[in-house]
Every structure is written in C-alpha cells, then in structure tokens.
Design a protein around this ligand. Structure first.
Ligand code: C2O
Ligand code: CU
Length: 540
C-alpha cells in the first residue's frame, strides 16, 4: 500500500450561480472541492490550513479509520475545530473500502460548499468485479443556497424555526439549464458510442434524498458506499444524503444529447423542500444535430415511496469469495433507537417563541460541548458527556400510529453508549410520526454496517428478526430509514474509538438528531486506539 499527500486550503472564494454572486468557503478555491485518489488499503495525509473566517473540521465520510478516531473529524465529537490561521494534518487510513466515498466539512452547515469525492481504486494487481470501464467520472449531487450558510443556520437556530430550503439542486456544482443564468455552465459528460462508463454518484445534498437517472439509458448499479453489490439494472436510483452509488452506463443509444437529472424524494408531511430538478448532459461525441428538446429521464414522483423502497430493496452485497462479508449471525447487544422531531423549551432571550424545533434520538436531543467527547474520554475529563444513553425509547409509544396527543418536548443531553471491544451489535432505528413523518438517512462513523432488515410500522423484536437477510445484506455507512418504518443494522464493534451517529439531513442533525458510540479498547495494543497526533486543534 502507498501513502498520498494533499494540501487543503480552506479559503473564501466568489462563485456566481442563479444570476447572483456570493463569497463562500471552499477548499483550494474550487467547488466542489478537489478529488482525492487512492487505492484500497492506502493511507492519505491531508494537511488542512484554515484561511477562512471561522473554525472548521473535515470528515472522511465512510472511511472506517481503524483505531484512529483522532482523524475522523466531526466537530466537538472527535476534535475541536481548526481555527482560522491554524492547520491540522488528518491521517486517513483506508482498510477494506473500495469504490466511492467523499469528504466534507463537519461543522455547522459548511459542508454545503466544502465537500469533494474520495475515489478508492482496487489495490494494485487487482481489478473491479466487472469489466473495466472506458473511463470514470464523479457525479456530485449538491444544494445551492444564495445566502451565506453560516447566517442561514445561525438565524434558524436562533429563531427556533426551520432553516430556509435551498435555491437549487446541483450536479457537479452546477444547477443545470432548467434554472436561470445556468445554461452555459451546465455540466456535460462526453461519451463515445459503444463504450461503457463508470459514474461515481455522491449525494452531498443538504436536506433531501434524491432520485437520479439518465434519459434513454439503463443504469447498472455495481457498488454502494465503497462496497460492491450484485449488479442491478434499473432506470433510476434513490440515493440518500451521505450515500454513494457506483453505476455503469453503456453509451448504446442513438448518438445525441440526453439529460441526466436528479430530483428530491420527500414523502411525508415534513417541511417544504426543494422540489426543483437539476440537470447535466450526457453528450455523445460525433456529428449529429442537437435535438431541440433534450429528453429528460422519467424519474419517480417526489413522494413515490414505493419506487424508493423498490430500488433500495433490490440491493444485495456481492458477498463473493473475493469480497466476503462478515455479518454477525447472532448479537450480544441490541439498541432500539427512536428517531423523532420535537420541541425544546427555550427562553425569550434565545428564541422568538417559548419553544424551538428540535430533534432527538430516544428523546435525547444531542447537545455538543466545547470540549470534544474523544478528548474528554481519553483524558478522563468529567462533565463533558454521560454514558447513560437509553438503550430503548423511554416509554413505549405507538411510534408509527397517531401521535398527536403525545408530548413532543424533549430534553437536551450529551449522552453516549459504551460498547465493549468485539461485541456484535444490532441497532434498530425506529421512525416515528412525532410532529412529522419523514425519511431519515442515518449515518454511523467508524464502521460500515450490514442492513439486515427494514420494514413498515413498529419493529417487533420477536417476528421481525425472522425476516432478516444474514446472507448478502448490503454493507453501507448510511441507511435510508423509511418514514413510519424501521431499519435494523448489524456490525462488530471492533473499532475502538468515539463514533458519531446522526441523521444526514443537516437540518435534523443541527437540531439534535445525533448520538455517540464509544467502543472501549480491547486487551492488546492492536485492539486499542492509536495515540493522539501531536498537534490536535486546541479547544480554547
Ligand atoms: Cu457525512 Cu457525520 O457525516
Ligand atoms: Cu432526519
């Protein structure tokens, strides 16, 4: 395996989209940011210099970082922010990840503009479990806000109401030609007739799950979250914020121009969302007359839950000899975590009403502290976190029934779950209809996990485990929890450290839909956390 070195300079830069120019935080002045290339098993060093105006951290989404939570990145969880004028070198240790991951800022809402792809090719001397493509390309789905992200989230939290929705969706940083002032810069991907291409699709959208497709072309999905899957032929995918999908596309249609497009999937009675469509163009090389109306892909309607579930339900890990899986057949520990939107009491000084919108896991609305949890744990600093996160919701409710008479108030807390090294863990995430029934993309740091089961309604711990897939469940890092339903994941807690779990809808995460797992050290050096790097950002 090899090592790679990158320099990331966080700096303000001007960008014009939707007819308006704004100054925003970027890495090296580009948006989306630079792509990191590595091979399976490599180690990457990224020196991040902060030349911006406020503290920021970077997270390497989906990298397990064996025994190395120090470089994982979530602000106030594993480190304090890199302050303006300072730098910090992340050590990104790849293990069995292969395919597409990404990196993003993990402070406030800065990830809207501070993100990029992390492409992990097969190890030297090995190859893809599918015919090598002619070429490959990252396709990053994003959100564009005309306003300043820091102001948007600060104002929203202060007012106790929902932050505004994005002004457009984007593909590789461009809104696409269905939006004003955007036609000229619409992202174009050039293909040659008869060849097959690998698209590495990343959902970096801030608050919405997406349907994605290419007009006239069938998609063959071969990977998800840097693990290969049994190939799926489909006309569309559903991809939730945080996830990646690797897709083969054969340029086998009449040479012309075809739209690729992404549009929000948002079923339920949640808040308003960005229901616009972003486009890019698949452009065949050669001589032909450009069609006057480029065809759009037929994507499911915004609230087509059946279409989303249908696609997601087809995903199976490759589970081959070369790409074996390690799903626990039995478990030592089950956590049952109810995911909800709530109100928090607040005072007139901090919010306009007497309550503000909040979100919780097991009725605890996560509150970040000024010292990060990893440091508090490592140095035994008291008063930062409590290790009594409830292993099930406080009271049994009919989570997915009518909850209008249920008290929606929750309390803030910084509560973690302690796990022993090597435990086989199952977490059942339970959606609730509290305030709004919605889909939630739940992401776990430090692991990939197996999605062994999912269903509608309330989880039944006697009957539902009988339907689990323990043979070839997908190995992922972000699960799209369906509205009014549940999802069960399993993994072995063999990565000592402090690991964040949160909804990857930024709105929910900033309201407290987060919690933390701490995996204790094992008995040997090789099963214990690495030493902290010499120059961690200070917390003062
Ligand atoms: Cu992609 Cu904790 O995040
Ligand atoms: Cu959520």
């Amino acid at each position: 395996s090899n090592t790679h070195h990158y320099n990331f300079v966080l700096q303000q830069a001007q960008f014009t989209r939707l007819c308006e120019t704004k100054t925003m935080l970027t890495v090296n002045g580009s948006f989306p940011g630079p792509t990191i290339h590595a091979r399976r098993g490599d180690t990457i060093y990224v020196n991040v210099h902060n030349e911006g105006e406020y503290g920021v951290t970077i997270h390497w989404h989906g990298v397990k970082q064996p025994r190395n939570p120090w470089s994982d990145g979530p602000e106030n969880i594993t480190q304090c922010p890199i302050q303006p004028g300072k730098n910090f070198t992340y050590e990104i240790i790849l293990s069995n990840e292969e395919g597409t991951l990404w990196w993003h800022a993990h402070s406030d809402w800065s990830r809207a503009t501070v993100h990029g792809a992390l492409v992990i090719s097969p190890a030297r001397g090995t190859t893809y479990p599918f015919p090598a493509p002619e070429a490959e390309q990252t396709i990053i789905l994003g959100s564009w806000f005309k306003g300043d992200l820091k102001e948007i989230i600060d104002d929203a939290l202060a007012a106790g109401i929902g932050p505004e929705i994005s002004n457009s969706l984007t593909i590789n940083g461009q809104p696409g030609d269905l939006y004003p002032c955007s036609a000229e810069n619409t992202y174009r991907y050039q293909v040659n007739y008869g060849k097959t291409y690998l698209l590495r699709v990343i959902n970096a959208v801030m608050n919405e799950e997406q349907f994605f497709g290419i007009a006239g072309h069938s998609l063959t999905v071969v990977g998800q979250d840097a693990a290969y899957i049994k190939p799926i032929n489909t006309s569309y995918i559903m991809i939730t914020p945080g996830q990646t999908m690797d897709i083969l596309v054969s340029a086998n249609q009449t040479p012309s121009e075809y739209y690729m497009a992404s549009r929000t999937f948002a079923d339920g009675n949640g808040p308003p969302f960005d229901n616009t469509t972003t486009t890019a163009i698949l452009h065949y090389n050669g001589n032909y007359t450009t069609p006057s109306a480029i065809p759009l892909p037929l994507l499911p309607r915004f609230n087509d839950t059946a279409a989303a579930a249908n696609y997601t339900g087809r995903i199976r890990s490759l589970a081959s000899k070369k790409h074996p899986i390690n799903v626990p057949q039995s478990i030592n520990r089950r956590l049952y975590i109810a995911i909800a939107l709530n109100f928090l009491p607040c005072t007139a000084a901090t919010c306009a009403n007497s309550t503000r919108l909040a979100a919780s896991m097991n009725n605890v609305s996560f509150e970040a502290k000024p010292i990060d949890i990893l440091q508090a744990y490592y140095r035994s600093i008291n008063g930062v976190f409590d290790s009594d996160f409830p292993s099930e919701p406080p009271k049994y409710y009919n989570f997915t029934g009518n909850m209008t008479s249920i008290d929606v108030t929750s309390a803030q807390g910084t509560k973690v779950t302690m796990l022993n090294y090597g435990e086989s863990v199952e977490i059942v995430f339970q959606g609730t209809n509290l305030l709004a029934e919605m889909n939630h993309p739940i992401h776990l740091h430090g692991f990939s996990f197996y999605l062994v089961g999912t269903g509608k309604g309330n989880f039944n711990n006697v009957t539902d485990p009988k339907s689990y897939n323990l043979i070839d469940p997908p190995e992922i890092n972000t699960v799209a929890l369906p509205k009014s339903g549940w999802a069960a994941i399993r993994f072995v807690a063999d990565n000592p450290g402090v690991w964040f779990i949160h909804c990857h809808l930024e709105r929910h995460s900033s309201w407290g839909m987060d919690t933390v797992l701490i995996v204790r050290n094992g008995k040997t050096r090789a099963t214990s956390m690495r030493r902290p790097p010499a120059s961690l950002p200070s917390c003062s």
